[in-house]
Ligand binder design. Structure first.
Ligand code: FEO
Ligand code: CA
Ligand code: CA
Ligand code: CA
Length: 597
């Protein structure tokens, strides 16, 4: 497909009508089955799910909440590597109002009323990630019970800080005077899978978890403000002083990183890779450069924040897995500038170069990495409309940047790469690296599509004219490129009151006459967002993550509040005694073959 020549339509499946109801839907000819739900057993001996008696000890052995990123690793030596592997799953955040009986949000901006120490500890155990062994038996995917790889990572799992910022005075706390040992990862949104078989899982909205006031005159005030710390959306600091800025002003500096986990080696302690920068990482999807260095693309999901790239100093040795163990500790982080002429440049964030000097408050590379956003501000990077997933097509080297929305962009602040004021529906930018080399310093770029309803002229959407009324979407978030180089987009923010449809998966053509044609493939149940799109290597299974089913529409002032007792749906169990449960869904083509054909 790299040459743009294809026999027949790129996406021949029958399009799914767009809408919204309590269930999930997939395009005709496919099956979409639940693989694992919040509360299902992960570790041997995990108790049965009982949301009426929540317990931190049980949750720490069960599948966590709000599944987001999914990564699939074929089992080495398996007879059917596309039917037997490890699935890694991020558990991004928790919805107390849906998880626990009798709780309601006080309002959108404050911690939840009625949260006890035990419930906070349940939440901390419901964050992080899961490793599960999965196998396709007689056409159906199952979790393998008692797997030696089964694992829960939570907000209290021991991890080490590595790379240039490890050991910095700014990472030291009372519990960790060396600044090298941290407990847990939080708000892990998207991620990536490396060629050497590890999982990159990315900390995003870490500001939500911190509360309290910094000590007067704290040197961290400017740094924390740039990351929105503290936002105080959770009540953890009441029971765990490290989340209270008055007690531990440096604790936030230990979050906001990319974490590397080896799913095949549970004894290998997770690494927070500081060389890759600190911000609200959406994901970290990578590609080998022609010279063998590994290149990772990362979005910083905030209005007016940036797109980053990390290039390892060393080359990956595909024949020697252990040679890449710490390859992500050495390399160059850079931030993107998109120029109006359709060209772009990666600006390196290197201590001592340009404005990144002591005059601007950077005393070493650790400072540059801890305050990545401020360093990028000084370099003149392009302020984007909330960069979410950034994924590269290994066949072409082209890179797709999901820009989900930005309702705060004013008419006098548009630029070529972010061309719409009040950008409610987002857009997708396509980067074409110079010479097809993802490690090149320069690139060409263009807007692939401006999202939203093409039938409403004021929206200014640019889907192709072949796109049906079901085929357009708003708010691109995660995405996947399948083995044939086809782009699949997952959305976050479509709702009946905004786009007349639920979130889901849309296929999007990127080449030839059909470029910019969207086609609806999967629809989530009410209140959910679509995450984790992930193909097996042969494209015969498409795993997707249904996140926060039943959640109220926060941006619709008329939407009814959703609670444990009255959720917007009770998907996937539809049991009146059970709340809705985030779950992973395995999509296969009926009768076999590649999904979406
Ligand atoms: Fe967790 Fe940017 O989505
Ligand atoms: Ca999410
Ligand atoms: Ca996301
Ligand atoms: Ca999002």
């Amino acid at each position: 497909a790299a040459d743009g020549v294809r026999a027949g339509p790129v996406f021949p499946f029958a399009e799914l009508p767009a809408g919204c109801d309590e269930r999930h839907h997939v395009a005709a000819g496919h099956d979409a089955e639940i693989l694992i739900r919040w509360g299902d057993p992960v570790l041997p001996g995990a108790p049965a799910f009982d949301p009426h008696a929540p317990s931190a000890a049980a949750q720490a052995m069960q599948f966590g909440y709000n599944n987001d990123f999914l990564g699939y690793f074929p089992m080495p030596g398996a007879a059917d590597p596309a039917g037997h592997g490890l699935l890694v799953v991020n558990h991004e955040y928790t919805n107390e109002e849906l998880m626990f009986p009798g709780l309601g949000r006080q309002d959108g901006r404050t911690a939840f009323a009625g949260m006890s120490r035990e419930l906070v500890d349940v939440e901390m155990a419901a964050h992080g990630g899961s490793v599960i062994e999965v196998r396709r038996v007689d056409g159906r995917w199952r979790v393998v019970p008692g797997s030696p790889y089964a694992r829960r990572i939570t907000a209290t799992t021991p991890m080490v800080m590595t790379g240039p910022a490890a050991g910095s005075a700014r990472l030291r706390t009372a519990a960790d005077p060396e600044g090298r040992h941290v407990l847990g990862m939080i708000n892990n949104c998207a991620g990536g899978v490396t060629p050497w078989g590890t999982w990159l899982t990315c900390e995003e909205n870490i500001n939500y978890y911190f509360e309290g006031r910094l000590p007067e005159g704290s040197p961290e005030a400017r740094n924390h403000k740039r990351l929105g710390v503290p936002a105080g959306l959770y009540g953890w600091g009441r029971f765990h002083p490290r989340f209270d800025l008055a007690r531990e002003p440096n604790e936030p500096n230990r979050f906001g990183w990319v974490v590397e986990i080896d799913p095949f080696d549970p004894a290998w302690v997770p690494r927070k890779r500081t060389a890759m920068g600190r911000f609200k990482h959406e994901g970290a999807a990578g590609l080998l450069a022609p010279d063998g260095r590994y290149v990772v693309f990362q979005g910083d999901d905030e209005r007016f924040d940036y797109v980053y790239r990390f290039v390892t100093r060393d080359r990956v040795d595909p024949a020697d897995r252990s040679a890449s163990r710490d390859i992500l500790d050495r390399g160059t982080l850079a931030v993107a500038r998109f120029d109006a002429d359709g060209r772009g440049t990666w600006l390196p964030l290197v201590f001592g170069e340009g404005p990144l000097t002591p005059d601007n408050g950077f005393s070493d590379e650790a400072d540059v990495l801890i305050e990545t956003r401020r360093a990028a501000d000084l370099l003149g990077a392009t302020r984007m409309d909330r960069p979410e997933d950034v994924e590269a097509d290994p066949r072409t080297g082209k890179v797709y940047v999901m820009l989900t929305n930005n309702v705060r962009r004013r008419p006098d602040a548009v630029d070529a790469a972010n061309p719409r004021p009040d950008n409610r529906f987002g857009h997708i930018v396509e980067i074409s690296p110079d010479g097809g080399d993802v490690a090149a310093a320069g690139f060409a770029w263009e807007v692939l599509v401006r999202c939203g309803d093409p039938a409403v002229a004021a929206v200014g959407a640019t889907f192709s004219s072949a796109t049906t009324r079901d085929g357009w979407f708003g708010m691109p978030d995660n995405c996947a490129v399948d083995g044939q180089g086809r782009l699949w987009v997952a959305t976050d923010g479509n709702a009946p009151g905004r786009t007349g449809r639920a979130d889901g998966i849309w296929a999007l053509e990127t080449e030839g006459a059909g470029r910019g044609t969207g086609k609806h493939f999967f629809q989530v149940p009410a209140g959910a967002e679509m995450c984790g799109p992930c193909f097996t290597p042969d494209d015969t299974t498409f795993f997707v993550a249904v996140q926060h089913p039943g959640e109220a529409d926060e941006e619709d002032p008329n939407a009814a509040p959703a609670t444990f007792a009255q959720p917007a749906t009770r998907w996937p169990d539809f049991d009146p005694a059970l709340p809705p449960r985030p779950a992973v869904v395995a999509i296969t083509r009926r009768g076999g073959g590649r999904v979406g054909t």
